[in-house]
Ligand binder design. Sequence first.
Ligand SMILES: [Zn+2]
Length: 194
Amino acid sequence: MLYTASLIFYYGAMGSSKSANALMANFNHHEVGKIPLLCKPRTDTRDGERIITSRIGLSAPCVYLEEVVEYPEERLRQYDCIIVDEAQFATEEQIDFLADVVDFWNITVICYGLRADFQNHLFPGSARLLAVADKIQEIKTACWCGKKATCNARYNENGIVRNGEQVMLGGNDSYIALCRKHFKLGMLYDPEKS
Ligand SMILES: [Zn+2]
């Protein structure tokens, strides 16, 4: 029976340890003698150049997804799987390329990313993955109230930010994962504990 590759999308809100999961998947493949290719879209520059870091301290070198889509077939076939962090920033064309890698070259692709932006609209990479992935699984994290966090609130010193560009690179704004109700109310923290 031939191993059948698949396109997998793990999505979660900010702070759901997606990068840590991507790094652990990378580590686990190496542990069993497989060769994974770790990559991320170039648009994500928060972590600097060609490195994926998680907030719990793990990090590993990576290449850019923009480079991977230019690899010739014989080079990509050297890898047992492709792991993509920050997959929400991928373009529809890049996700379709990754789906082709799964279907025609039998290489599994595991993507990690946010589902929606700070205005609750899908990112382009996430929208495509939700449409075409073989397996879609949520990585859960909690709002300060204990409910599941599904919204990524952007905030600054004045509170929640409702307007702006989808991707804020180099900005001073930060993000926090909230449940939908507290996102709507713009409540970034427990008022009882302030
Ligand atoms: Zn809440």
